[in-house]
Design a protein around this ligand. Structure first.
Ligand SMILES: C[S@@+](CC[C@H](N)C(=O)[O-])C[C@H]1O[C@@H](n2cnc3c(N)ncnc32)[C@H](O)[C@@H]1O
Length: 223
């Protein structure tokens, strides 16, 4: 899934992954991250998700990264938010008082940009990528986050033989293989969601579970 693939999805408005309401696992499990008041939350590959606003409404300033400028501009315009645009190195930054969205490649972020982040919400980032990129993603996320940082991860489990991704199947066993060395991992929930994913059913998927996992970056504070 290269950059071109995602730019085309946004230009053609083929964004079946986009939800109009905050994700039910976010609203149900946000508190399990046990964040301090006003902790910053990082949302990788954020699209124009209503999850961003919901997190900001909980009192947590949001830092997102998204490769599509169209997605970022749509987020601010569709939510009637005033924003300003600044540039730093290769990144263009779109900011409102509560949401700072970097327009660029997740893999180009530096740890300094996320130094004050205590929580991460990943819905649609890990599962958007093929296996080799998922390996790079897990290792980059570990590099970016301070010990103690929590990650609320939403994933899918289905038989990858039945169709191709995205979204890709990333079962608990793979989450463990990718993250276990640097994160503690807890499975919070597993739900059968095929009924609400008719596009995947039409592609031949017969059993589809959505997973919520809580990860915590291992190690002591202070890299
Ligand atoms: C499946 S969508 C999920 C979007 C959002 N998290 C949601 O729940 O609606 C994946 C998003 O990641 C973006 N993306 C893909 N690769 C990226 C990268 N390397 N860096 C930043 N964003 C990326 C795409 O443009 C797309 O908006």
């Amino acid at each position: 899934m290269d950059e071109h693939f995602w730019h085309e999805r946004w230009q053609k408005n083929e964004i079946g992954f986009h939800l109009d309401q905050p994700h039910h696992f976010l609203t149900r499990f946000f508190e399990t991250m046990n964040l301090k008041e006003h902790s910053r939350v990082f949302v990788p590959m954020c699209g124009k998700s209503p999850d961003l606003l919901w997190i900001a409404e909980q009192g947590s300033p949001v830092i997102g990264v998204e490769i599509s400028q169209l997605a970022i501009e749509s987020f601010f315009v569709e939510n009637n938010l005033n924003y300003e645009v600044t540039e730093r190195d290769d990144l263009v930054i779109f900011s409102s008082p509560t949401c700072r969205l970097y327009c660029g490649d997740f893999f180009d972020l530096n740890a300094s940009e996320l130094a004050d982040v205590d929580g991460v919400y990943d819905r649609g980032a890990l599962v958007a990528q093929p296996y080799d990129m998922r390996c790079r993603y897990a290792s980059k996320l570990a590099d970016l986050l301070m010990p103690g940082c929590k990650v609320l991860l939403v994933s899918y489990d289905y038989n990858q033989q039945e169709t191709f991704g995205p979204p890709f199947a990333v079962p608990v066993s793979e989450v463990q293989a990718l993250f276990n060395a640097q994160f503690r991992i807890e499975l919070l929930a597993r739900e059968d969601v095929l009924w609400s994913h008719q596009a995947l059913a039409a592609r031949g998927v017969r059993q589809l579970d959505e997973l919520a996992l809580l990860l915590e970056r291992r190690g002591n504070r202070g890299r």
